[in-house]
Design a protein around this ligand. Sequence first.
Ligand SMILES: [Zn+2]
Length: 295
Amino acid sequence: MSSVQIRNHKFEIVQFEELTKRQDRFIQSSDVLGRLVRIGELVYQEVKGKQKTVKKLVLRIQMNRNKQVNATFWGQKAIETSSEFSNCKSSDSMVIIITSNNVKTYRGEPTISSTSATKIYTSPDIEEISSFMKGEQLSKEVQLIRGENENFNMKAETMTIEEVKRQRSKATELYVVCKVKIMSINSSGSWHYNTCYSHYVKLEKSGTQYYCERCKEFVTTPYRRFKVHVRVEDTIRGSTTFVLFDSIVKNIIGKDNGERILNEASSTNEKIVPIELCEIVGRSFTFKLKLLITI
Ligand SMILES: [Zn+2]
């Protein structure tokens, strides 16, 4: 007998960047999706200012390539969750959806907290879970054209992300058009780099100064340019990483805005993504791409 699965829950999966915006604002509950990377112990936690304790369990999930988040379950939810995962071995890594959470803050980072409505879904048959698992296997990057150049008028076919990926094994250099939505900004690395005023090549520090190999001279004040790694998805849930270079980013957020952000960027905390840049998350764009095949 075949069984029919009835979906009784419509997920509204929240990406990490959106979680940061919802921190401590309990106006809306959040569904999160990620790979389960740690199951904590069921512990008793004292309730502040009260002579009582409450059961607590923490799961840790990997939401994207760079971001993990703690999910804390309280009271009865902690007990249920603990028994649900009690037979889990460390080898059974799974992708899960945790629904209806509040978003709180712990050491500046968002952390999610169960509510009475919270449920956990683990079935790999759920579309959101299977598409996340597919996305995890894709690590190759697609490079973007740096704005207008001599190839701007080259013929370019419109493709989905999956089609773009298939091309990678065929061509050595190819231009295609791809319509995507920006899902998140990769904040593990820097979103800008130092160059001279004439070239786009990243300058290496030589002692206390920078040296441009093309100009053959030292650069006292390097010029910062954007290089933003973004996770993108198309309408059929294909996903990959795009690299948005300087002129593309300035095109999107405005040249003046872009210059100001770059000037204000501090090299000491270069991983902090400015809010103006975060606002590109959730927007859709048609990009013309130059595929670079890495051998
Ligand atoms: Zn130069």
